[in-house]
Structures are given as structure tokens and as C-alpha cells.
Design a protein around this ligand. Structure first.
Ligand SMILES: Nc1nc2c(ncn2[C@@H]2O[C@H](COP(=O)(O)OP(=O)(O)OP(=O)(O)O)[C@@H](O)[C@H]2O)c(=O)[nH]1
Ligand SMILES: [Mg+2]
Length: 309
């Protein structure tokens, strides 16, 4: 038992350390003005401006930055805490509504539909999510709803092999037909969770957004009440455009959550704060690499520490 716990602890330590390293570029931008502010009772106009531009450069966004700095100053007036601690508290409060673990409900199969712009990391995240869910004891089936490219189908099949889970795909079939098949197959095999991949698309490609709505409708037809989760995958390097992506996909599909990938090595990790302020869709998972274990639930305290501690 103690051995098991130790393994767990070192596991989460290395995850935190890697998250911290991944957010290094964002963190560096904030480090200098925070060091200048250290121990100050009254922040100079210059330090406040430096802090403001560091937050904006980190893609926190103009309006979330203003809110954060105002909240930070109010906290400092109330409690006389150090600027860094005050900013940590302000950011934690802003991000709090985003923290919500992915829960597999009682529906069987439980269907998770994954969507997003091209190349954000949908297929990779699905591969990682399959491992994550299997580790919790769920059986998983993947549905290759990206039928536009043979390579996309093959990529999902590779993730299926790595995880030892079935992948339902169709050569040349349409995505909706694949979903129908996948749900039928999951039912027949008594599988717990179906994760549906879809082709990348831009919110401006209206016919492709309509296709996505059709995929959702077909899933609901195949299994009333499904999909139970509709997750949008965002690339952390996207910056402020992520906000527009959340708004468009949410309007089209009714998102239940977000996955934010590529938090390893981005200078734009602050976009999380912008999302929290503008459209607080729960951030269920974050990705910090291309390997199978590089996906975990988003935890505000850990994230804020990685950014500001
Ligand atoms: N560094 C890093 N790379 C990632 C991460 N997640 C995905 N990638 C890489 O991003 C690239 C695109 O990933 P995919 O999973 O193919 O993205 P996709 O959204 O399925 O792409 P399309 O299906 O073409 O729209 C690949 O090279 C992945 O290895 C991450 O968390 N960190
Ligand atoms: Mg893909």
C-alpha cells in the first residue's frame, strides 16, 4: 500500500514538474514584473503596466487582464498580501469555474464526441483519453468519424492498437454511418465508452459545421440521449482565436467541455483565463505532450502554481 502511494505521488510530482516546464515560456513573461513587484506595498505605474503587458502577451486577453489586475489590487487592499500571492488568488478565482472532471455517467455506451479545428490534437487526445479511461476500468471503443482522409483513419487505428481497443471505421463511408455502426457495435460488445473522432474544420466552413451537427443528430438517433459529452479540442498555441473557436463550436453543438492541448512549450498558456472570462466551458482535460500518458484533468491550483509560483 505505501509503495503504491509513493508511485502515485512521484507520478503527480513529475506531471506538475512537466506542466511547469511546459508553461515555462508563459511563466517567464510574468516572472520579471512579479519579481519587481515583490514586497512592494504600492505598485508603481510602471510595474503595473509591465504586469499588464506580460499578461496580455501571455494571451490572457485585454479584458481578463483588466479584471485580474483590478481584483489583485482589491485583494491587496483588503489583506496586504504580496502581489504574487494576490495575483495567484485572483487567477484561481477566475479559473475556478473551469475545473470539472470528466465523469463517465451511467449510460451505456457512454458516448463522447470530439470536435475541433484542423490539427488541434483531436485524434492524439482521443488516443490518450482511451488509455486514461481504461486505467479507470472502463472498456473503450473508438469511432473513426474523420472519413475525409485515409491517413486519419489509420492514425486512429494506431491509437487503437496501442491501447488494445477496437476501432470502428469505414472505407469511404460517411461519418454519420460510422457513428451508427460504432454505437451498434459497442452495444453488442457491452462496451462502456465510445469516443468519436471527427475531421478538423474551421467554424467558417459552414457546410462542415452543418455536417458536425448531422453527426450529433445521428448519434442521438442511434442512442437517445447521446452524445453524453461533446468536447472541443483547442491548441494552446492558438491564442485569442481560441475564444472564437469555443463560441462557434458551442453555438453549433452545445459543448459540454474542452480539452486544451500542447501546453508543453506554449507562450500562450494564459488563454485559459480569457476562456474563463469570456465563455467558461469546463476545461476537462489538458495535454502536455504527444505520448499516451500526456493527458490529465485540469486542476486550477496546479495550473496557477505552474504559471505563477
Ligand atoms: N507537443 C504536443 N503536441 C501535440 C499534443 N497533442 C497533439 N499534438 C501533436 O499535434 C499534431 C496534430 O495532432 P492530431 O491529433 O493529429 O490533431 P487532429 O486535431 O486530430 O488533426 P486533424 O484530424 O488533422 O484535424 C500531431 O503532431 C500531434 O502529435 C500535445 O499535447 N503536445
Ligand atoms: Mg485527427
Amino acid at each position: 500500500m505505501p509503495l503504491f502511494k509513493r508511485t502515485n505521488d512521484s507520478d503527480s510530482t513529475s506531471w506538475s514538474a512537466r506542466l511547469k516546464k511546459g508553461l515555462g515560456l508563459t511563466r517567464d513573461r510574468l516572472a520579471r514584473p512579479l519579481a519587481n513587484a515583490f514586497g512592494r506595498n504600492v505598485l508603481s505605474e510602471e510595474t503595473l503596466e509591465e504586469l499588464e503587458s506580460a499578461l496580455i502577451e501571455a494571451d490572457v486577453g485585454v479584458s481578463a487582464t483588466a479584471e485580474l489586475l483590478k481584483d489583485m489590487e482589491q485583494r491587496r487592499k483588503r489583506t496586504d498580501v504580496d502581489p504574487r500571492q494576490a495575483l495567484k488568488a485572483s487567477l484561481s478565482a477566475l479559473l475556478a469555474p473551469l475545473e470539472a472532471a470528466l465523469q463517465i455517467g451511467n449510460e451505456r455506451p457512454f458516448v463522447i464526441m470530439v470536435a475541433g479545428v484542423n490539427g488541434t490534437g483531436k485524434t492524439t487526445s482521443i488516443g490518450k483519453l482511451a488509455k486514461y479511461l481504461q486505467a479507470q476500468g472502463y472498456s473503450v471503443l473508438l469511432a473513426a468519424g474523420d472519413t475525409f482522409r485515409a491517413a486519419a483513419r489509420e492514425q486512429l487505428e494506431v491509437w487503437g492498437e496501442r491501447n488494445g481497443v477496437p476501432v470502428i471505421s469505414q472505407r469511404g463511408g460517411d461519418a454519420a454511418a460510422v457513428m451508427f455502426d460504432a454505437i451498434g457495435s459497442a452495444r453488442a460488445r457491452g462496451i462502456d465508452v465510445v469516443i468519436a473522432d471527427t475531421a478538423g474544420r474551421l467554424p467558417t466552413q459552414l457546410h462542415l459545421m452543418e455536417e458536425l451537427r448531422k453527426i450529433k443528430r445521428v448519434i442521438a438517433k442511434a442512442l437517445p440521449g447521446a452524445p453524453h459529452e461533446i468536447l472541443l479540442v483547442l491548441d494552446a498555441n492558438t491564442g485569442q482565436n481560441a475564444i472564437a473557436q469555443v463560441a462557434s463550436f458551442d453555438s453549433a453543438l452545445g459543448l459540454t467541455g474542452l480539452i486544451l492541448t500542447k501546453l508543453d512549450g506554449t507562450a500562450k498558456g494564459g488563454v485559459v483565463a480569457a476562456i474563463a472570462q469570456s465563455r467558461p466551458v469546463p476545461l476537462k482535460l489538458i495535454g502536455i505532450g504527444e505520448a499516451i500518458d500526456d493527458l490529465r484533468p485540469f486542476q486550477v491550483a496546479e495550473f496557477v502554481d505552474a504559471l505563477l509560483d
